[in-house]
Ligand binder design. Structure first.
Ligand code: ADP
Ligand code: TYD
Length: 217
């Protein structure tokens, strides 16, 4: 079973992915936790190209293809084999990030083309559930600036975090639209709620999914 977490930077995805994996492990399961871009040697190298702040100019289409190259490798090398072994795969971001960040954020908007392209990149693999941590970009910015002692932007921001508030507003709106388009796959959660309350709701949902689909790896 493939479960993915989506949302803007700082919305609480990694926290929830970690809590879910710890809970599954405590139950004796052997889940696989992955983050995108990353998870393979190639994908980590691509991650460094994409996120480090360097002098390279990356055109929007090149950015789309690099994120997608990292994903194609991750699917082939880690996700498919783990699913074939019956493991639960928890992925911090997946192709919805490309739809939101490159499609809406970078305005590479041709929804039909992007949908088809994403499907090809993953070989048709669709998450069984996608948890959208919905948070306003302003609130996420506050969380990040709390961590850095009040500054709104900082040299440690990665290349995407440095893209600005309007960019992140478009990304957040795109995520909400995706959740409305695919209500059977998405569970939209209010990211302002406390982490333990969000975890409890996610856990309840995972238990329901597992009960409903006992045969799904
Ligand atoms: P993401 O992976 O989406 O970037 P993180 O899980 O790293 O987000 O969380 C970003 C920051 O917000 C961290 O400092 C984290 O401790 C904090 N945080 C996470 N979840 C919550 C929550 N539900 N409420 C308040 N703060 C949170
Ligand atoms: P990361 O630090 O892993 O995420 P977060 O800040 O949410 O904890 O950074 C990943 C960045 O890459 C994030 O800004 C979103 C961006 N991204 C895309 O633009 N497109 C994609 O397809 C993916 C997977 C990520």
């Amino acid at each position: 079973m493939l479960l993915t977490f989506e949302g803007i930077d700082g919305s609480g995805k990694s926290t929830q992915a970690r809590l879910l994996v710890e809970r599954l492990e405590a139950e004796g399961a052997a889940p696989l936790l992955l983050r995108e871009p990353g998870g393979t040697v190639l994908s980590e190298r691509v991650r460094a190209l994409l996120l480090e702040r360097h002098d390279l100019h990356i055109a929007p289409l090149a950015e789309l293809l690099l994120f997608s190259a990292a994903r194609a490798q991750l699917v082939a090398e880690r996700i498919r084999p783990a699913l074939a072994q019956g493991r639960i795969v928890v992925c911090d971001r997946f192709y919805d990030s490309t739809t939101a960040y490159q499609g809406a954020g970078r305005r590479l908007e041709d929804p039909a083309w992007l949908r088809d392209f994403n499907r090809r990149v993953t070989g048709g693999l669709v998450p069984h559930r996608t948890y959208l941590l919905d948070l306003d970009p302003e609130a996420a910015l506050h969380r990040r600036s709390d961590r850095r002692g009040g500054a709104r932007s900082a040299p440690q921001d990665d290349r995407m975090e440095a893209a600005g508030l309007d960019f992140h507003r478009r990304v957040a709106a795109a995520y909400r639209a995706l959740a409305l388009e695919e209500p059977a796959r998405f569970l939209r959660l209010d990211g302002t709620r406390p982490a333990d309350a969000l975890h409890a709701e996610i856990w309840q949902d995972v238990e329901r999914l597992r009960a409903r689909n006992p045969g799904i790896p």
